[in-house]
Design a protein around this ligand. Structure first.
Ligand code: PHE
Length: 334
């Protein structure tokens, strides 16, 4: 029995060195170590041995068994890494990785963020699901105010809504950070709108708010101009007209000459040659007070840039619905 065990071990050792594929390895493993394999056949003979021989040969049998397990484990390791190496052919041409691109709104957003960062503004994010209070009431738009009719939206339980503008963050930010304050808040807003080439129920705005001592309309206009030249990298014609928003006093509309048609009239500018781009104004004292700011000491300006409109102007996109369409033929152009 001793000889049988030893010669089996030597035989297996030799055969393992000669195998040429991992299938053969599996075959050998079954043949020798399987339940009905040769090793077990030999071990069956243990019970017929003389009492005095049994412990010594039993120990030897265990040693051989362990040795063989190690030998097979080693070969398996070799063959599994060989398998992988054979699958890799470094001479094959590479597989092209599909890399996505930034959405045009994100591109313009980043540009504006960097222009404002240089003027000392920080960038803030805030809730898109908002309370009636921060979206309307805190902005001097009480429940019965007709200004609400122009900003209908999607209502949720508990007097909550999808925010109609990024102005919802004005009072939130003043309450949180106090004065002086300089920040911009880009983000998604919603309106209950029927859609056409220049209206969508979902679009992006970028709010700006600056509150400090001695802030005037001059600061507002200078900041707006710096913004426009940062984005369009060219001279754009602008006009300022009075505009009404309950949370600013005085309030303005800053329009730019339509860059899609150069002022001739098209679907984007509703044939007028001008596009409303930047409603703005001086922060209403009631808004400052809602933000716990003393309006006798501090003043400020706010603007609500139509980020989506700006993107359409910059890239001359004549249908707003393309932006949220998710259409790759459109998106891949940026
Ligand atoms: N939130 C206003 C809107 O969406 C725009 C606005 C912002 C006006 C800030 C004035 C100041 O129509």
């Amino acid at each position: 029995m001793e000889n049988k065990l030893k010669s089996l071990r030597n035989l297996i050792e030799r055969e393992l060195q000669e195998i040429k594929d991992s299938g053969k390895l599996e075959e050998l493993k079954n043949k020798y170590l399987g339940r009905k394999g040769e090793l077990n056949q030999i071990l069956k003979g243990l019970k017929d041995l003389a009492e005095s021989e049994r412990p010594r040969l039993g120990q030897l049998a265990n040693e051989v068994k362990e040795e063989l397990a190690v030998l097979f484990a080693k070969s398996e390791k070799v063959w599994s890494s060989k398998g992988q190496a054979e699958d890799l052919d470094p001479s094959l041409p590479g597989i092209k990785n599909e890399v996505g691109t930034l959405h045009p709104s994100t591109l313009v957003q980043y540009e504006i963020e960097s222009a404002f960062s240089q003027m000392g503004f920080a960038v803030y994010d805030g809730p898109q699901l908002e309370s009636d209070y921060y979206n309307f009431t805190a902005l001097n738009i009480p429940a019965d105010h007709p200004a609400r009719d122009t900003q209908d939206t999607f209502w949720l339980e508990g007097n909550n809504l999808l925010r109609t503008h990024t102005s919802n963050l004005q009072v939130r930010m003043l309450q949180k950070y106090g004065a002086p304050f300089r920040g911009i808040f880009p983000g998604r807003v919603s309106r209950y709108e029927s859609t056409d080439a220049s209206h969508d129920h979902t679009f992006f705005q970028l709010e700006g708010l600056m509150v400090d001592k001695d802030i005037t309309i001059g600061n507002l206009i200078a900041t707006m101009k710096a913004l426009l030249s940062a984005v369009f990298k060219r001279e754009v014609d602008v006009r300022l007209r009075p505009g009404f928003f309950p949370f600013v006093e005085p309030g303005f509309e800053m329009d730019i000459k339509c860059l899609v048609c150069e002022g001739k009239g098209c679907s984007v500018c509703k044939q007028s040659g001008w596009v409303e781009l930047m409603p703005c104004g001086m922060v209403h004292p009631k808004v400052l007070e809602a933000g716990n700011i003393d309006s006798k000491i501090y003043s400020g300006f706010a603007f609500g840039l139509g980020l989506t409109r700006m993107v359409m102007m910059k890239y001359r996109i004549d249908d707003i619905r393309l932006l949220e369409s998710g259409d790759l033929r459109f998106l891949k152009q940026f």
